[in-house]
Design a protein around this ligand. Structure first.
Ligand SMILES: NC(=O)c1ccc[n+]([C@@H]2O[C@H](COP(=O)([O-])OP(=O)(O)OC[C@H]3O[C@@H](n4cnc5c(N)ncnc54)[C@H](OP(=O)(O)O)[C@@H]3O)[C@@H](O)[C@H]2O)c1
Length: 255
């Protein structure tokens, strides 16, 4: 399929837009020359209110809600925004686990649910709508955010890395399943980027010495989305991705 630019999107939902990468992308996309409607979603109401003041639409949403609640949220969103044609899935959490010590299995399950199961569930709930748009000749976009750690795992965050590897694998296969439709599946693969992701683990100060500044990251990512890249990556993650691509390892079985 020829590259399709995010510039054609009319209405973009960003889940996980109350901070970090999701927030920055939501604001940057709302400023594109095409001026799409942008809906920012997340749990923190005060953050959503601040985004409303910047002219974004908002949706309070917890991706770890039960499937019935999630389905109702998606269905009512589509009634309100029938033109919705892009979903960026930026919600994510990260914990450190040390298998030499006690491991909190509830945290393991929560991490897999938020970073993988919930993302896949939400995508499945948008599929009938996107396939309908495709049948009408309209493009749409499913854009999960994985991580460089999906390709090269971080031992301290082993379950996070595994959750992102699962999402990356799913995304690659989903693109193949949808190759005869106008649904574009794009994987955003960030390197270590300035955000609030590591605050809960107390590693922010240490990581801030190495991370890519959020403004720089956002500019590179929006450029990739506008070019229609299927893998939008930068920094160290792009270097690792290049090694995978050279070895033919980012291709699905049978291709
Ligand atoms: N920063 C990095 O170094 C880096 C590197 C590679 C990949 N990533 C990925 O990039 C994405 C964005 O992360 P970030 O770095 O921008 O982190 P962040 O600043 O912590 O943002 C995470 C976002 O996820 C939302 N979220 C978390 N749990 C949620 C839930 N149950 N329901 C709805 N929203 C939820 C948060 O909103 P609420 O708390 O308001 O719900 C927040 O908006 C994540 O998928 C992350 O894994 C980040």
């Amino acid at each position: 399929m020829a590259p399709v630019s995010i510039d054609v999107a009319k209405c973009v939902l960003v889940i996980g837009a109350t901070s970090g990468i999701g927030r920055a992308l939501a604001l940057a996309i709302s400023e594109l020359p095409s001026r799409p409607t942008v809906i920012a979603a997340g749990r923190r109401q005060d953050r959503l209110k601040e985004l409303e003041e910047k002219n974004l639409k908002t949706l309070q949403m917890d991706v770890s809600s039960d499937p019935e609640t999630l389905k109702k949220t998606v269905d009512s969103l589509l009634v309100k925004y029938p033109n919705l044609d892009a979903v960026i899935l930026s919600s994510g959490i990260q914990y450190q686990h040390d298998f030499n010590k006690d491991v909190d299995i509830n945290q393991i399950a929560r991490e897999i649910n938020v970073n993988y199961t919930a993302v896949v569930s939400i995508i499945s709930m948008f599929m009938p709508h996107f396939l309908k748009l495709s049948a009408e000749g309209r493009s749409s976009f499913i854009i999960p955010i994985t991580s460089g750690l999906a390709l090269m795992p971080g031992p301290g965050v082993l379950n996070y890395s595994a959750s992102k590897a699962a999402l990356s694998s799913f995304t690659t296969s989903l693109r193949v399943q949808l190759e005869n439709t106008k649904v574009n599946v794009i994987e955003i693969i960030p390197p270590l980027v300035e955000s609030e992701l590591h605050d809960e683990q107390g590693t922010t100060e240490k990581l801030s010495k190495f991370w890519m500044p959020l403004d720089e990251y956002t500019e590179l990512t929006v450029d990739g989305l506008r070019k229609g890249d299927i893998h939008v990556s930068s920094g160290h993650a792009a270097t690792v991705l290049e090694r995978y691509e050279k070895a033919g390892l980012k291709k699905p079985f049978g291709s």
